[in-house]
Design a protein around this ligand. Structure first.
Ligand code: UTP
Ligand code: MN
Length: 533
């Protein structure tokens, strides 16, 4: 706000009425040190107006300095003027008043500084807008710091739901577009309140903007609401909620008229071993895993790893490494400081955990990555080529430690609702594969379940690829995608969870830490907690 006193016409100390002189002696209004911005006004008009001002007894500065009290501009927004001010070296002028040319011309006519009215000031609102506009948002998520403190959850939830729906419908491009838009909003330091704040932000396509506008104006997006209500979306959610069921399988089932677990149980569809286990533990696996549970499992797995290969190291990866308090699964990366010692480790770890009764299901894939064979830039080499184990872990109450009894009761109730009543169908073929513990549990009369099932992923990497695996498996998925897009588009490099290849130099760039990989990529290091894009 402009202080009222600024309105006062202050007599010049000399008492001069000078109208024709540019000397400081003839300044009649010393509380007004004006600066006219040339931007959009043009140099000759600025010169003319400056001379006019001086003639009328105003102090008009040729150069901008910190002594300037009022900046006069023509056809500029407050944002534009602030941007210009910020570009002036060493200018710390948060209190300078930004006035429109109309105040200046009226003052010239009056021969004195006229009262500064609301319409004379470059609008305050535009100043707020400017702060968001000026908050620089680089286009790639891997150039931004995205913490878990999302200021725009209402908007990003809407966009994420549409992204999920697109992904479930095998429309990957549309899914990525919504994910990118959501990620940009997640990186903003303040909640978005008006569409004008979004001007100039990257990654916001027409469709995403329509959704955002709808939410800002109506409190909800009609497209999101109708998607949530649609039978197809509901069915896709329920069916892909089964571990081992992807969008293609779910789509096939829906076309066969299967929309829920009961219909699936009643159908003649045979399920593979993963899907049977998924159905068996449906409720547990659709309940978020807590950090405490992740840590409890970490201790068990690490003990098994170290017992079969002393000196081996294990790291919590995925969302928990980014600081999330819950997750859909728990991911661990295992390595050994001596290259090659990790070979054959996974089957031993799995046997050990199995013997201890911790695995309700497991499927191990061999390491199929070979630098010489896979070569750089093969998209298929981006993921999944490590020795890897997808498992369903049996976490008992004792191992979970201080779990509240009420939690367990609730899960137990939920469990008896769905999966128990349908697990009898569709299994059979491979029932022998299943763990004794499960069979035993099943034969018991429905009582309070003293354990829960948790999805656990184990990955083993040779130490030479460890930094790449760590970076690749920490996520978020969009952050990873953006890292690879950056590498390809901006650096002519190809990044995977195994290696970084520089196409210009035709060579692999080695790294022993995440920091080194960011540096190879010409990116500022972003710590895991700020990769929540
Ligand atoms: P997750 O799917 O486990 O996601 O993948 P998350 O971030 O931990 O979140 P939750 O579990 O849903 O809470 C973890 C990371 O592993 C990589 C993904 O890119 C992601 O960054 N990943 C996952 C792979 O590289 N390959 C895969 O097959 C799966
Ligand atoms: Mn995870």
């Amino acid at each position: 706000m402009v202080p009222l006193k600024r309105r006062k016409v202050v007599p010049s100390p000399t008492g001069s009425t000078g109208t024709d002189c540019s000397s400081g002696d003839n300044v009649k209004f010393p509380q007004f040190i004006l600066f006219l911005l040339e931007r959009k006004m043009g140099a000759s008009r600025r010169r003319f107006l400056s001379q006019l001002g001086t003639k009328k007894g105003f102090q008009v500065e040729e150069k901008f300095s910190e002594s300037v009290t009022h900046v006069i501009s023509e056809s500029n927004s407050a944002a534009e003027v602030r941007t210009w001010l910020d570009s002036q070296a060493g200018a710390h002028t948060p209190s300078v008043h930004l006035l429109d040319i109309s105040w200046f011309t009226e003052s010239m006519r009056a021969g004195r500084p006229v009262q500064i009215l609301h319409g004379h000031k470059l609008q305050e609102q535009q100043t707020c807008e400017a702060e968001v506009l000026l908050f620089s948002v680089p286009s790639y998520a891997c150039q931004r710091r995205t913490t878990l403190q999302n200021q725009n959850a209402v908007l990003t939830d809407a966009l994420s739901l549409l992204a999920e729906n697109a992904e479930l419908s095998d429309e990957e491009g549309r899914g990525v577009a919504f994910r990118r838009a959501a990620a940009v909003l997640k990186s903003l330091p303040e909640p978005v309140t008006s569409m004008t704040q979004l001007r100039g932000l990257p990654g916001l396509g027409d469709h995403s903007l329509r959704v955002i506008k709808d939410v800002l104006e109506n409190g909800a997006s009609s497209e999101v609401e109708s998607t949530k209500r649609s039978e197809r979306y509901k069915a896709l959610k329920v069916l892909t909620g089964i571990f081992g069921v992807g969008s293609k399988t779910a789509d096939r089932w829906i076309r066969d008229g299967i929309h829920d677990l009961r219909q699936l149980g009643d159908s003649a569809h045979t399920l593979n071993r993963a899907q049977q286990a998924g159905l068996e533990h449906y409720d547990d696996l659709n309940q978020p895993v807590t950090k405490a549970e992740a840590d409890a499992i970490g201790e068990i797995v690490e003990a098994a790893v170290v017992s079969v290969l002393p000196g081996a190291r294990m790291t919590l990866i995925g969302g928990f490494r980014r600081g999330k308090q819950t997750g859909h699964d728990v991911d661990f990366l295992i390595t050994h400081p001596e290259e090659g010692r990790e070979v054959g480790l996974m089957p031993k770890v799995v046997s050990r955990l199995e013997a201890q009764g911790f695995l309700l299901y497991q499927k191990t894939t061999r390491n199929s990555y070979l630098e010489s064979k896979d070569g750089p830039g093969r998209p298929s080499s981006n993921m999944d080529r490590f020795e890897r184990c997808f498992s369903i872990f049996k976490l008992t109450e004792e191992e979970r430690g201080g779990m509240k009894r009420a939690d367990t009761e609730r899960e137990s109730d939920a469990h008896s609702h769905t999966s128990h009543q349908i697990h009898t169908r569709g299994r059979g073929l491979e029932a022998a594969d299943e763990d004794e513990g499960v069979a035993e549990e099943r034969s018991k009369p429905a009582g309070r379940k003293r354990w829960r099932a948790v999805r656990v992923d184990l990955v083993v990497s040779p130490i030479s690829q460890f930094a790449f695996a760590l970076l690749g498996w920490t996520g978020s998925k969009l952050f990873e995608r953006e890292l690879r897009r950056w590498a390809g588009h901006e650096k002519s490099m190809s990044l995977s969870s195994h290696a970084l290849y520089d196409s210009k130099q035709s060579r692999y760039l080695r790294a022993t830490s995440e920091e080194e990989i960011f540096s190879h990529l010409g990116l500022e290091f972003i710590p895991p907690s700020e990769r929540n894009a």
